[in-house]
Design a protein around this ligand. Sequence first.
Ligand code: SF4
Length: 305
Amino acid sequence: MRVLVQLPEGLKPKAPEIVRELEEKGYEVILSASPMYGGCDIAYEEAKAVGAQKIIHVGHSYFPLKRTFEDIEVEYIPYHIDIEIGWPELVKELKSKNIKTLSVLTTVQHIHQFPQIKEYFEKEGFEVKVRKGPFCTYEGQVLGCDAYGIHPEAEAAVIIADGDFHHTAATHIAHKMPVYGVNPYTKAFSQVNEKLIRLLKRRRGSLLKALEAQHFGILVSTKPGQWGFKLALEIKKKLEARGKKAYILVGNELFPDSLYNYLFIEVYINTACPRIVDDVEKYKKPIINPDQLQEFFTLLGQDTQ
Ligand code: SF4
């Protein structure tokens, strides 16, 4: 069987061993040359172009897809990396704040160790409360677009993830509890609430600027987990019913410089990856997410009906 293999950037150098293993299983392997951002990003177009019957998507977990090609199977293969369990300095900090109930989340790379991570904090006397976020596969997992595994009754959240993309996924609780981002390899940690509040302020700033705009670009990505075409059509209708002009802009990957050449567009409304809004400097124009539209239309003086 011919398969298309998608690898995240960090795993591309390991392609020879991954390809060898798959070839030993009898697969004919074609590698995707595209960047790959998450479980939302399934390369159906590439698979179709090369006649692959299956996509092997490495390094991410299952993501609920909004657009599929039923004749092409998708297999998600996780890539786990062990980390050393134990964060005594963080425990000291949490205890100094009299925190007793915690939510702890980690990325899919370390989720296989989640039971030990949870047990560690429980042995230190914390009650660990977590949920499964809507786009996540596992309880205790975090994605850049889903930190809803943080339990509302927790007194603090701890997110164990490399870089700060996942640490800053928790904007919804920025004002509710301390959020700690922890580096899984160095164990360095910091409270990220100020960063989260900064992101929220920037998103609100974009929304306020959008109130003055006449020309909107509605961004749609063909990535199967990000596909929001129906929503884009609805948004366009609502905007045009209010005398605005809206254009739907579709692409697999949304390139800020290329989009910028639509000079007449004043504001983007983003139906793709919700974290695009945090790249507002690259896009050089305000961007608002659909979850801000209700407020947007209310401030505009007309409801969303
Ligand atoms: S939608 Fe964005 S944040 Fe969510 S998994 Fe995809 S790339 Fe990551």
